[in-house]
Design a protein around this ligand. Structure first.
Ligand SMILES: [Zn+2]
Length: 256
């Protein structure tokens, strides 16, 4: 992935796996070899007002014990959920999902809905990972299991304790109403949250403008992330998004 980023013109790269920091050492080594500046990161699954949101931690110390313990606890919840998802899919006619998802994830503790989606594509349930979620794994569909993730307070305290900055990931994907959105941004700011993703592979150009305004209104630093998962599974490749609006301070402004 680092070689791909380099080839596509990226000179500063963050790896932000979901609730896991185990890949950071290899990524750092690859980035050093490729001459790419590397920012260690993580993307923490959080439940706020009964919905799931993602909080990215950037420039963290991956060795921080409290961060590692918090992520390990979150991953154990993920594994328990994976078992319940597999049971639902078996009832829907797709047995063997847990073993397949474990194989596809490599590490059983980081099984996500994406791995079950890949399994369902292998089984012919849908033509692509993106299409799986129209019929499975999303609210109201077979294979959806609600989950109580970390609290916003805990996620920010783990990130800050590890010396990092907290960033609201892809706010355009959340389904809060405008009042709840304002309360969410205010709660994040009150907890010392620093940044918000303005330009991401999950946003439309109109949302670039919308969240640039939110960043200016709350005084958040701005971030930009491809949300690249794998070739063919992501809306945009590494390094291909537009630059941040010039009036916003980037989250990395004093790291380079
Ligand atoms: Zn995310």
């Amino acid at each position: 992935m680092v070689a791909r980023a380099k080839r596509l013109g990226v000179h500063v790269l963050a790896l932000t796996d979901h609730d896991e920091v185990a890949g950071l050492a290899d990524a750092q080594a690859a980035a050093t070899a490729e001459g790419v500046r590397f920012i260690p990161g993580v993307e923490i699954s959080v439940t706020w007002a009964r919905r799931g949101v993602h909080i990215v931690g950037l420039n963290i110390d991956p060795q921080d014990a409290r961060l590692r313990a918090g992520l390990a606890q979150t991953r154990r919840g993920r594994l328990a959920r994976a078992g319940r998802i597999a049971e639902q899919l078996e009832r829907a006619g797709y047995p063997g999902g847990l073993e397949a998802a474990q194989r596809l994830a490599g590490n059983p503790e980081i099984i996500s809905r994406t791995h079950f989606a890949r399994f369902l594509v292998e089984q012919g349930a849908a033509p692509s990972v993106g299409k799986v979620f129209d019929h499975y794994l999303s609210p109201g569909k077979p294979g959806f299991e609600p989950m109580q993730w970390a609290s916003l307070e805990d996620a920010l305290s783990w990130i800050h304790g590890a010396g990092g900055r907290a960033v609201i990931a892809h706010p355009g994907r959340y389904t809060y109403d405008p009042t709840a959105f304002d309360a969410f941004f205010a709660a994040f700011a009150d907890l010392g949250g620093e940044g918000i993703e303005v330009i991401t592979g999950s946003h439309t150009p109109e949302q670039y403008r919308e969240y640039a305004e939110v960043a200016a209104r709350y005084g958040f630093l701005a971030s930009r992330g491809s949300d690249f998962h794998a070739p063919g599974e992501s809306r945009v490749d590494l390094g291909q998004l537009p630059a941040l609006p010039p009036h916003l301070a980037p989250i990395w402004h004093d790291w380079l």
